[in-house]
Design a protein around this ligand. Structure first.
Ligand SMILES: Cc1cc2nc3c(=O)[nH]c(=O)nc-3n(C[C@H](O)[C@H](O)[C@H](O)COP(=O)(O)OP(=O)(O)OC[C@H]3O[C@@H](n4cnc5c(N)ncnc54)[C@H](O)[C@@H]3O)c2cc1C
Length: 389
């Protein structure tokens, strides 16, 4: 059936980026349609995982520290509004660094400059506070006490619920990309529906590369990422969130979370995996990924050496060449926006990104929403050199 109404904005994709964009647009008074082919935070989407870290540290990339600082209170407001405060788990975040690891030193400096609460921990401090972790002799740490974990899938679904309460028209539909060039007045769905709007925001995460193959097929690098949950021994409390923060080990390129909601001790490899197709890739974890996670657990968390795997998840990062987001107009269609490139770190920034995109789409010149050149299409290269993490 063709939708006869014309919206101010149609947002395609209701992952964390699209849903926050729709929410912020609707709050600013726009009429908004929000479409998703598989549903909000579905199991194929990058936002479909159980949990995502929100931390403030970003090396020298101060813009993301600022965005994260802005985002956390907005997430909490949303959860309060939705009556779901448990969707933020206040675990704290521990960075584990080794020697003079420059990224960690830069993170420390940025956190201090921006007055983000944090604590530098010596090797002795680490060993005293976290005896359940095996630290190398050259380890030191940064602890962010206010940071933690967003319960991702449920957070996006709660957000879409709030969107609908403020008038966003959500619908299940798979949109096609516009054709030709110039101003777009309507787009088609794969079921032959017509969606009319003044502006179209394609926030399709890893699917952007498939929808716009000529423009983005070589600029969005979709990588398979595997997450393993280990079951803690019976009666064991050292891996609960009361005893252990969320942790990132820079040297290992692994990170993880305590046993949140008794679902298991999460261990994830941050190294980019093989190229993946978000529609068809297998969601069954590989034995190589399980073995790599087990090796880290045995080395860093020896009490869990023999812990069984209780759950696994397979997802994908939608990386840009260096990890900066993509937020720009389509070069052939002035009223079509491309929003994505979360690059393995985008979830936490949903509220800041939504505000930014809404301001750009509406044309607001509010100072906090000045145009950021790092998000432009022009800066997105066709070879990868990861810089933002
Ligand atoms: C394993 C893993 C761990 C991560 N860890 C963290 C973390 O700890 N902290 C953090 O901040 N970030 C993290 N991230 C990154 C973060 O999850 C992503 O950057 C973010 O979820 C991307 O959201 P998105 O809305 O751009 O994409 P998605 O969530 O993929 O949403 C895109 C949506 O578009 C829909 N869609 C696609 N094509 C169409 C179409 N044609 N028509 C209609 N709908 C369509 C899809 O169904 C989907 O729902 C992680 C990512 C992964 C995979």
């Amino acid at each position: 059936m063709t939708d006869r109404k014309s919206y101010d904005v149609a947002v395609i994709g209701s992952g964390v980026f699209g849903a926050w964009t729709a929410y912020c647009l609707a709050k600013s008074g726009a009429s908004v349609a929000l479409l998703d082919a598989y549903g909000p935070a579905n199991s194929r989407a990058s936002s479909g995982g159980e949990s995502r870290i929100i931390r403030m540290g970003y090396g020298t990339d101060e813009i993301y520290t600022r965005w994260s600082m802005r985002a956390l209170p907005r997430w909490k407001e949303l959860f309060a509004e939705a009556g779901r405060p448990e969707l933020f788990q206040h675990t704290g975040v521990l960075w584990i660094a080794h020697e003079k690891y420059q990224y960690a030193l830069d993170t420390l400096a940025t956190l201090a400059d921006l007055h983000v609460p944090h604590e530098r921990l010596s090797l002795m401090g680490l060993r005293k506070h976290y005896p359940q972790i095996a630290f190398n002799d050259d380890a030191w740490g940064i602890f962010e006490p206010d940071s933690g974990v967003l319960m991702a899938r449920r957070a996006v679904q709660a957000l879409v619920g709030q969107c609908q309460k403020i008038g966003v028209a959500y619908r299940a539909a798979s949109a096609l990309a516009p054709t030709g060039s110039g101003r777009v007045t309507s787009i088609m769905t794969t079921h032959g529906e017509n969606i009319s709007a003044g502006t179209f925001v394609y926030a399709c995460g890893p699917w952007l590369a498939k929808l716009f193959p000529d423009l983005l097929g070589h600029r969005i690098f979709v990588s398979r990422q595997e997450i393993i949950f280990f079951g803690v021994p019976p009666g064991e409390t050292r891996f609960s969130q009361e005893s252990l923060p969320t942790w990132l080990c820079l040297k290992d390129e692994f990170y993880g979370m305590p046993d949140l909601e008794n679902r298991g001790f999460k261990v994830a490899n941050d190294h980019h995996g093989a190229s993946a197709d978000p529609d068809t890739q297998s969601r069954v974890a590989s034995s190589a990924a399980v073995e790599a996670a087990r090796e880290i657990v045995a080395r860093r968390f020896p009490a869990l050496k023999n812990a069984p795997v209780v759950e696994t998840r397979v997802c994908q990062y939608e990386n840009t060449s260096n990890g900066d987001f993509l937020i720009d107009q389509h070069p052939d269609f002035p009223n079509v926006w491309l929003v994505g490139g979360g690059s393995g770190h985008g979830f936490k920034h949903g509220p800041s990104l939504g505000e930014y995109v809404a301001a750009r789409v509406i044309g607001s010149t509010a100072t906090e929403n000045k145009i950021e050149p790092r998000f432009s299409l022009a800066t997105k290269e066709t070879t990868q050199h990861r810089a933002v993490r």
